[in-house]
Design a protein around this ligand. Structure first.
Ligand code: ADP
Ligand code: ZN
Ligand code: ZN
Length: 809
């Protein structure tokens, strides 16, 4: 008897262990670990992942697997063990870990259909099977296995030979199957000439088509849309020829390719500078010796890191291996994608949130089926199901978006290192502003530090000038542009050079305040101020979605002197048109980039010189490379300096450095103006001097003094409940357990109310653990998690446990 150990999709903590199921005979020949199955669980059928296949079980009266969902494993052996590790390290059910590795399409229970790839071979080797398939064209393959168990061997054999394949049928994607129709002829040249001469004299168009085929290679297959255009004939002409048996029409399913209609110019390797060669050498050595090592490539913006990545990948491809490249979601601009597609063409799959579900599935499928060897993608691309990984690159490794903020709460860097060890391959972390954690590790020798301290071809880093906006105010300038910035903008307009204006929006909202009593309009459900959306004239809560119209009077004192504060990109744009009416401005923010492709269009227009000023938020800070940009203005450098987050200085430094890096990337020298209300803050001063090392030293002192990473690890436990007494009570109990269970070196802070004390009418409390080495911590947290099960109906308590948290609110 064969037994499968299955992780079942039940959202209760106690079931986070494998269950045994009998494998019915008809599945025995092909069932494997890593496939998804449907299994009976209580009265329901549930989705599950097969972990392993055994020959015996301790349990009597086992139930049987009802259905096998996947014809081939969707999770490799490596990913199965990675999931187990993730579940332990991040305290999440294993099912969540496995689901996180798959494209959304595979998370539902979609239909699987049999697709015939090679009818001729099928007819030759498996005629009965072909018969069945042709008779039941829309049959699901598991149905087929059930109804025709005697066919299961031929089904699997035919699949192995590639005569058929099984594909997911995505219900809600309009472009489920992308098909291309072809037309061809099976007649020889002589036969074609013969039938052409016998055509009715009036059938000019038909004759034209046949003559086209006479002049082509025999048995050429042409796309129908192509031939219709080329010969200027109608669909009916082709149909008549098919009917007469002179031509054959075929349909082929193809991968949806989101980049298919883009002309991407192919590039070849640049000859490396000495600095680049020195940087690449140790990575190559690790590739050559097939040994795992983590490299931290600290290179200033424009130092040629990307070119190093490209050349390292080239080595990997020549060895027949595969590479994963992670870039932050917002850096997945067309420019970045083009650099990889330009070098490696169809070898590259791209995964980012702008793709439709179907497109994402197809990109994943290319990886799964071995049709590509490189993936460039955001965080979750770290789970790409490659089997022969040779290199993992994480660009902009300091980006907080590499940490997932829902279960499994993993950091892509940790997953990369797991996979690097598994495959004995190098992991390269790249950044102009490495995270303190990584740089500290590199200094200790845990990571191999590679430094690129100069830009390619000695282009200088741009000159940065700090402007104190308090001074501006004192000298009676109430505009959002300082005198210096305004003059430079005018100057660039005259010289026909381009400028980028950056508005830091994170933690900076347009709130509404009463000028008489100082009341700030708050969300009635969350303790946070509402954001004013001018276009709709509404106030909105960014946490719960609550909205209300702009109040006509103050809810506190009934004064009518309400005003909104804060600067949005829209307001900057309006002000620009007032003070520099001749400037052409492109604004990029969430509002102007909502529609698919609009992001790319705007950037393209700017690249083609259709605007003088690019104005935008975070999304323009990264990865852009426009040679004509010689001025970068930062409007509010300190907007996130005062967030309740121990990383706020680090984030400010990183962002300012990134933005400054957009200026002067080509022949023309660049200049940067940073406007700030805290010009004396070290993160702003060091950013303006391009001085990572001084920033690092000073920030490390802060971290040391206040016991923050990288000196201490953190674990954040957040509780929420509609009743404040209840949440306080449990938070105190949990803090008690922690104090008892951990060593005296661990610090337990709290319970205190969270930085946002209430969201969606739920009160929020937290405990923070700061620790260096607590071997019992994971087990203790897991016990706490199990003791206060969340998600059960009769209790409204929610507990989230975040190890190495990036969001402190
Ligand atoms: P980074 O990724 O460190 O910001 P890039 O790889 O984008 O740097 O390089 C910056 C610019 O220099 C790009 O326009 C790139 O094409 C160019 N570049 C990089 N390496 C070389 C080289 N070896 N020779 C000439 N140009 C280079
Ligand atoms: Zn008031
Ligand atoms: Zn709210």
């Amino acid at each position: 008897m064969m037994i499968a150990k299955v992780i079942v999709d039940i959202p209760v903590k106690e079931t986070d262990r494998p269950f045994d199921y009998k494998i019915p005979l008809e599945f025995e020949s092909f069932i494997q670990p890593g496939m998804r199955v449907l299994v009976p669980f209580g009265p329901m059928k549930r989705l599950g992942f097969i972990l392993s296949i055994e020959t015996q079980s301790e349990i009597k009266n086992l139930k049987s697997i009802s259905q096998v969902i996947d014809p081939t494993p969707v999770l490799t052996k490596e990913l199965l063990s990675l999931g187990k590790w993730l579940s332990t390290e991040t305290l999440c059910p294993r099912l969540f870990a496995y689901s996180a590795m798959l494209p959304a399409v595979l998370k539902g229970n979609y239909k699987k259909m049999v697709r015939i790839n090679d009818q001729v071979s099928l007819a030759r080797e498996f005629p009965t099977l072909l018969d069945t398939l042709l008779n039941k064209p829309e049959m699901e393959w598991t149905e087929l296995l059930k109804k025709e168990p005697e066919q299961s061997d031929s089904l699997n054999a035919a699949m192995k030979k590639g005569f058929i394949s099984i594909i997911q049928w995505i219900k809600n994607d309009r472009r489920t199957y992308k098909k291309i129709r072809y037309i061809a002829t099976s007649l020889s040249k002589d036969e074609l000439i013969d039938v052409t001469s016998k055509l009715d004299k009036r059938s000019l168009k038909q004759k034209q088509v046949l003559e086209y085929f006479i002049n082509q290679e025999p048995h050429l297959k042409v796309e129908i849309s192509d031939i219709l255009k080329r010969l200027n004939v109608g669909r009916s002409t082709l149909k008549q020829l098919v009917k007469k048996g002179f031509l054959d029409e075929t349909t082929e399913e193809v991968y949806r390719d989101p980049y298919a209609d883009k002309e991407i110019e192919r590039t070849t390797s640049l000859s490396l500078t000495t600095a680049q060669k020195n940087a690449l050498a140790p990575i190559q050595e690790s590739i050559r010796s097939q040994s795992h090592e983590v490299f931290l490539c600290h290179g200033v913006t424009g130092s040629g890191k990307t070119e190093i990545y490209l050349q390292a990948i080239e080595k990997i491809l020549n060895m027949g291996k595969e590479a994963i490249v992670l870039v932050p979601e917002i850096a997945l601009t067309p420019q970045m994608v083009h650099r990889f597609k330009g070098r490696f063409g169809d070898e590259v799959a791209v995964l980012h949130s702008g793709l439709s579900q179907g497109e994402k599935y197809d990109e994943w499928r290319k990886i799964h089926e071995g049709a590509v060897h490189v993936v460039v993608g955001a965080r979750s691309a770290i789970f790409a199901p490659f089997k022969n990984l040779g290199l993992i690159i994480i660009d902009e490794e300091h980006e907080t978006s590499y940490k997932q903020e829902e279960q499994p709460r993993y950091h892509a860097r940790d997953v990369a290192i797991f996979r690097g060890k598994y495959h004995q391959c190098p992991v390269v972390l790249g950044s102009a502003t490495p995270s303190l954690e990584s740089y500290a590790r590199a200094k200790k020798g845990v990571y191999h530090l590679i430094q690129l301290l100069e830009r390619v071809n000695q282009r200088s880093l741009p000159e940065v000038q700090l402007v104190d906006m308090r001074e501006e105010l004192r000298s009676n300038n109430h505009s959002m542009f300082s005198k210096q910035l305004f003059e430079r903008l005018e100057d660039r307009l005259e010289k026909k050079e381009q400028s980028v204006l950056f508005l830091n929006r994170r933690g900076y909202s347009t709130f509404v305040m009463c000028r008489d009593c100082g009341y700030v309009v708050q969300c009635p459900h969350c303790d946070i101020s509402l954001t004013y959306h001018r276009k709709q004239g509404m106030l909105k809560c960014h946490y719960c979605g609550h909205q209300e119209p702009y109040p006509s009077q103050c809810p506190e004192c009934t004064s009518h002197h309400l005003r909104y504060f804060g600067t949005g990109t829209q307001r900057v744009e309006e002000e620009l048109t007032k003070v520099l009416p001749e400037a052409r401005v492109i604004r990029m923010d969430v509002d102007t980039t909502q529609r698919k492709g609009s992001h790319e269009k705007l950037l393209k227009a700017f690249g083609e010189g259709k605007a003088d000023i690019l104005l935008g938020t975070q999304m323009i800070a990264k990865g852009l490379d426009f040679p004509k940009v010689t001025l970068v203005g930062v409007l509010a450098a300190d907007a996130m300096l005062h967030l309740p987050d121990f990383r706020s200085s680090e984030k400010t430094f990183q962002l300012l450095t990134q933005v400054s890096g957009r200026a002067g990337r080509d022949q023309l020298p660049g200049e940067v103006i940073i406007q700030s209300y805290s010009t004396e803050h070290y993160s702003i001063i060091h950013a303006s001097n391009h001085d990572y090392h001084s920033f690092y030293d000073q920030e490390m002192q802060m971290r040391y003094r206040h016991h923050y990473p990288p000196f201490y690890y953190l674990a954040l436990i957040t509780l929420s409940h509609p009743q404040v007494t209840k949440v306080v009570d449990i938070a105190e109990k949990i803090a008690g357990h922690l104090k008892k269970g951990l060593s005296s070196d661990a610090q337990i802070l709290g319970p205190t109310s969270s930085a946002i004390p209430r969201i969606k009418d739920r009160y929020r409390y937290q405990c923070m653990v700061k620790y260096k080495r607590e071997p019992n911590l994971l087990a203790l947290l897991k016990r706490i998690q199990e003791h206060y099960p969340t998600g059960t109906k009769n209790d409204d308590l929610k507990i989230t446990i975040d190890l190495n948290p990036f969001i402190m609110m």
